[in-house]
Design a protein around this ligand. Structure first.
Ligand SMILES: Cc1cc2nc3c(=O)[nH]c(=O)nc-3n(C[C@H](O)[C@H](O)[C@H](O)COP(=O)(O)OP(=O)(O)OC[C@H]3O[C@@H](n4cnc5c(N)ncnc54)[C@H](O)[C@@H]3O)c2cc1C
Length: 405
């Protein structure tokens, strides 16, 4: 008889895990997936395109209903798991139903952070995480509401771009002195700012939110330096927090995320975690690629094969407000590294390659990202680059041509 395996969360990591399990452990498990969003798993990354009107909401579904059915997966969506009883190997669902498991996988993702400032609870304050949020933001934009987006990382920029494209006047305020400081160095961030501002987004840097103004509804935003802006709505896009409450209440060890070992197992035997809710060697990843690598390892482990996850080289290959951006590895200059930079601001292109100990260790590309996957291969492969050093800035084709000449 198949062993009951329950996955909590029906997001990107869960869908990829089922896909991998179907390839490696077909028939071994009776799989049930329980998710609280009221629809089949979808590509969350594409919510930005839905908001920007470039993709339809139904086109982002990861797998059709019969794909799940054909793999014998029991799907429960629109229901939240409220409790895990580790000893009795049982889950409780919001509707009081109980589900037993032999093995359990937590794939609960993250929740957007809401700033702890006065006014944060007012009507008109929203976040940008799921398809319900997108529906709401599209309504705001259609009504030409004045929107302040708090946060100049990927999510904030995507929210600002989508809203501006849909017709809303948008101000984006960011605490730091540059946009996307976790992925970009200062020149790349300055170029990005110059490319997004003509798209109808007013960008304010070094801007710290003091309070949201309004009586019952949002009427504006005040910064700590006293500046005030009128607004009908505020979107918090200033970070995420892994969803760990379920694990924590069940006594499963957590830190910022649910702590997992190199097999993605939590501190409770037979209970695993992956994706944005998991913390591996002190790191909670906020991108989809590490979640997919974890899914591959966990599926192999659940199939009884030896498989170890030893972390991911973080790479972001993004389209930010319509501008292509790639960032991987250690992209900031250090004492023991050197960098090669090619900057053509008029053409909207910036490339920086960082070399340490004779190897490519980091890269930032804005505008022209055609060779991103090659640079990532070089970083991940830890290849020595002395032979190609003078050509590699110009991309793979130019480097191979120079080598063949
Ligand atoms: C707008 C946007 C743009 C993004 N763009 C990029 C990008 O360009 N590149 C990139 O790499 N990453 C991007 N990301 C991040 C990427 O989407 C996430 O890294 C990825 O979705 C993580 O997958 P996950 O399965 O861990 O979490 P999720 O996809 O969030 O899935 C978790 C699911 O679990 C459900 N859940 C939580 N608690 C419970 C419970 N108690 N019971 C039942 N269900 C529960 C949640 O509702 C959710 O459906 C973006 C995210 C957003 C929001």
């Amino acid at each position: 008889m198949s062993e009951p395996l329950v996955i909590v969360g029906n997001g990107m990591a869960a869908a990829r895990l089922v896909d991998e399990l179907a390839k490696t452990a077909l028939g071994r498990y009776a799989i049930a997936v329980i998710g609280d969003e009221p629809r089949l798993a979808y590509n969350r990354v594409l919510l930005s395109s839905v908001l920007a009107g470039e993709t339809g909401s139904h086109d982002i579904q990861l797998k059709p209903a019969d794909w799940w059915r054909d793999r014998g997966v029991t799907l429960k969506y629109g229901c939240a798991v409220t409790e895990i009883d580790v000893g009795r190997r049982e889950l409780k669902i919001a509707n009081e139903e109980s589900v037993t498991f032999s093995k359990l996988v937590l794939a609960t993702g993250s929740a957007p952070l809401r700033l702890n400032v006065p006014g944060a609870e007012l009507a008109g304050v929203h976040t940008f995480r799921d398809s319900r949020d997108v529906d709401l933001l599209l309504t705001l934009a259609a009504a030409k509401k004045r929107v302040v987006v708090v946060g100049g990382g990927l999510l904030g920029l995507e929210a600002a771009y989508g809203l501006a494209k849909a017709g809303a006047p948008v101000t984006l305020i960011h605490l730091m002195d540059r946009l996307m400081e976790r992925q970009l160095d200062a020149p790349a961030a300055a170029l990005l700012k110059s490319l997004v501002e003509p798209r109808g987004i007013k960008v304010l840097l070094d801007a710290n939110t003091a309070r949201i103004l309004g009586d019952r509804r949002v009427e504006g935003v005040e910064l700590t330096d006293g500046r005030r802006f009128d607004a009908d709505a505020v979107i918090f896009a200033a970070g995420i927090r892994p969803n760990i409450a379920l694990a924590k209440e069940a006594g499963i060890p957590v830190n910022r995320g649910i702590i997992v070992d190199d097999c993605l197992q939590t501190g409770a035997p037979g209970i695993f975690a992956l994706g944005e809710c998991a913390e591996h060697r002190g790191i909670c990843y906020g991108l989809v690629e590490p979640a997919y690598e974890q899914a591959r390892v966990l599926a192999r482990h659940l199939a009884g094969r030896t498989s170890v996850y030893d972390g991911s080289v973080v790479a972001a290959n993004l389209k930010v407000s319509g501008v292509r951006v790639f960032s991987a590895g250690d992209f900031l200059d250090g004492e023991s590294s050197e960098s090669i930079v090619l900057s053509d601001v008029r053409r909207g292109t910036y490339k920086k390659l960082v070399i340490a100990d004779g190897r490519l260790t980091g890269a930032v590309l804005v505008g022209d990202v055609g060779d991103a996957s090659w640079y990532l291969e070089l970083i991940r492969g830890r290849d020595r680059v002395a032979r190609i050093r003078k050509d590699m800035m110009f991309g793979r084709a130019a480097t191979e041509m120079a080598a063949a000449a």
